[in-house]
Design a protein. Structure first.
Length: 134
Protein backbone atom coordinates (compact mmCIF):
# COMPACT_ATOMS: atom_id res chain seq x y z
CA UNK A 1 0.00 0.00 0.00
CA UNK A 2 1.14 3.52 -0.76
CA UNK A 3 -0.77 6.73 -0.08
CA UNK A 4 -0.99 8.98 -3.15
CA UNK A 5 -2.21 12.23 -1.70
CA UNK A 6 -3.19 14.26 1.32
CA UNK A 7 -6.96 14.46 1.80
CA UNK A 8 -7.00 16.91 4.67
CA UNK A 9 -4.70 19.14 6.67
CA UNK A 10 -5.53 20.41 10.15
CA UNK A 11 -4.63 23.72 11.76
CA UNK A 12 -5.54 24.81 15.27
CA UNK A 13 -6.70 28.27 16.35
CA UNK A 14 -8.82 29.78 19.07
CA UNK A 15 -10.24 32.57 16.86
CA UNK A 16 -12.06 30.50 14.24
CA UNK A 17 -13.84 33.53 12.75
CA UNK A 18 -10.52 35.27 12.02
CA UNK A 19 -9.16 32.08 10.46
CA UNK A 20 -12.29 31.63 8.33
CA UNK A 21 -12.04 35.22 7.12
CA UNK A 22 -8.33 34.87 6.31
CA UNK A 23 -8.58 31.62 4.35
CA UNK A 24 -11.77 32.54 2.47
CA UNK A 25 -10.73 36.13 1.69
CA UNK A 26 -7.02 35.63 1.00
CA UNK A 27 -6.94 32.10 -0.46
CA UNK A 28 -10.50 31.82 -1.81
CA UNK A 29 -11.33 28.64 0.12
CA UNK A 30 -14.97 27.61 0.49
CA UNK A 31 -16.61 26.93 3.86
CA UNK A 32 -18.04 23.40 3.90
CA UNK A 33 -18.99 23.14 7.58
CA UNK A 34 -18.80 25.33 10.64
CA UNK A 35 -19.54 24.63 14.29
CA UNK A 36 -19.05 27.93 16.16
CA UNK A 37 -16.45 27.64 18.91
CA UNK A 38 -15.36 24.19 17.71
CA UNK A 39 -14.37 23.98 14.02
CA UNK A 40 -14.50 25.34 10.49
CA UNK A 41 -13.92 23.07 7.48
CA UNK A 42 -12.75 24.63 4.20
CA UNK A 43 -12.48 23.14 0.70
CA UNK A 44 -9.23 23.72 -1.20
CA UNK A 45 -9.61 22.17 -4.63
CA UNK A 46 -9.85 18.43 -4.01
CA UNK A 47 -8.45 18.68 -0.48
CA UNK A 48 -9.78 19.96 2.82
CA UNK A 49 -8.31 22.41 5.32
CA UNK A 50 -9.78 21.70 8.77
CA UNK A 51 -9.43 24.28 11.52
CA UNK A 52 -10.18 23.24 15.09
CA UNK A 53 -10.13 25.09 18.38
CA UNK A 54 -7.27 23.20 20.07
CA UNK A 55 -8.75 23.30 23.59
CA UNK A 56 -12.17 22.07 22.49
CA UNK A 57 -10.89 19.37 20.11
CA UNK A 58 -8.58 17.92 22.78
CA UNK A 59 -11.42 17.37 25.30
CA UNK A 60 -13.32 14.08 25.27
CA UNK A 61 -16.94 14.44 24.13
CA UNK A 62 -19.18 11.36 24.36
CA UNK A 63 -21.31 12.71 21.46
CA UNK A 64 -18.33 12.69 19.07
CA UNK A 65 -16.85 9.33 18.02
CA UNK A 66 -13.72 10.74 16.36
CA UNK A 67 -10.59 10.41 18.53
CA UNK A 68 -9.54 13.58 20.31
CA UNK A 69 -6.59 15.48 18.91
CA UNK A 70 -4.99 18.87 19.18
CA UNK A 71 -1.76 20.79 18.93
CA UNK A 72 -0.33 23.98 20.29
CA UNK A 73 2.09 26.44 18.78
CA UNK A 74 2.36 27.66 15.22
CA UNK A 75 1.97 25.06 12.50
CA UNK A 76 2.68 25.17 8.77
CA UNK A 77 0.67 24.77 5.58
CA UNK A 78 1.82 25.22 1.98
CA UNK A 79 -0.46 26.00 -0.96
CA UNK A 80 0.69 24.88 -4.41
CA UNK A 81 1.58 27.30 -7.20
CA UNK A 82 2.80 25.84 -10.48
CA UNK A 83 4.83 28.67 -12.06
CA UNK A 84 6.97 31.68 -11.20
CA UNK A 85 4.28 33.85 -12.81
CA UNK A 86 1.69 32.36 -10.43
CA UNK A 87 3.99 33.12 -7.48
CA UNK A 88 4.22 36.73 -8.76
CA UNK A 89 0.40 36.84 -8.88
CA UNK A 90 0.21 35.53 -5.29
CA UNK A 91 2.79 38.10 -4.19
CA UNK A 92 0.66 40.95 -5.55
CA UNK A 93 -2.54 39.40 -4.18
CA UNK A 94 -1.19 38.93 -0.65
CA UNK A 95 0.02 42.53 -0.53
CA UNK A 96 -3.33 43.78 -1.91
CA UNK A 97 -5.09 41.85 0.88
CA UNK A 98 -2.89 43.55 3.49
CA UNK A 99 -0.97 40.34 4.25
CA UNK A 100 2.69 40.92 5.13
CA UNK A 101 5.09 38.69 3.25
CA UNK A 102 7.59 37.29 5.73
CA UNK A 103 9.93 35.81 3.11
CA UNK A 104 10.13 35.50 -0.67
CA UNK A 105 12.50 32.56 -1.11
CA UNK A 106 14.19 31.14 -4.21
CA UNK A 107 15.16 27.47 -3.80
CA UNK A 108 18.31 25.94 -5.40
CA UNK A 109 15.98 24.07 -7.80
CA UNK A 110 14.68 27.39 -9.15
CA UNK A 111 11.36 26.96 -7.33
CA UNK A 112 10.08 29.91 -5.34
CA UNK A 113 8.07 30.19 -2.13
CA UNK A 114 6.28 33.02 -0.36
CA UNK A 115 5.77 32.91 3.41
CA UNK A 116 3.26 34.81 5.53
CA UNK A 117 1.32 34.27 8.78
CA UNK A 118 -2.37 33.64 9.40
CA UNK A 119 -4.21 35.15 12.41
CA UNK A 120 -3.17 32.18 14.62
CA UNK A 121 0.52 32.59 13.74
CA UNK A 122 0.63 29.60 11.38
CA UNK A 123 3.44 29.74 8.83
CA UNK A 124 1.56 29.87 5.52
CA UNK A 125 3.54 29.18 2.36
CA UNK A 126 2.68 29.39 -1.32
CA UNK A 127 5.27 27.29 -3.09
CA UNK A 128 6.17 25.50 -6.26
CA UNK A 129 6.31 21.68 -6.35
CA UNK A 130 9.77 21.86 -7.96
CA UNK A 131 11.20 22.60 -4.51
CA UNK A 132 10.54 18.91 -3.82
CA UNK A 133 11.44 17.70 -7.30
CA UNK A 134 7.75 17.26 -8.13
Amino acid sequence: MRADGILETVLYATDLDAMQDFYTRVFGLEVVQKVPGRLVFLRCGSQMLLIFDPEVSARPDPKIAIPRHGATGPGHVCFRAETLAEIDDWHRHLLAQGVAIELDHLWPSGARSLYCRDPAGTSVEVGMPAMWGL
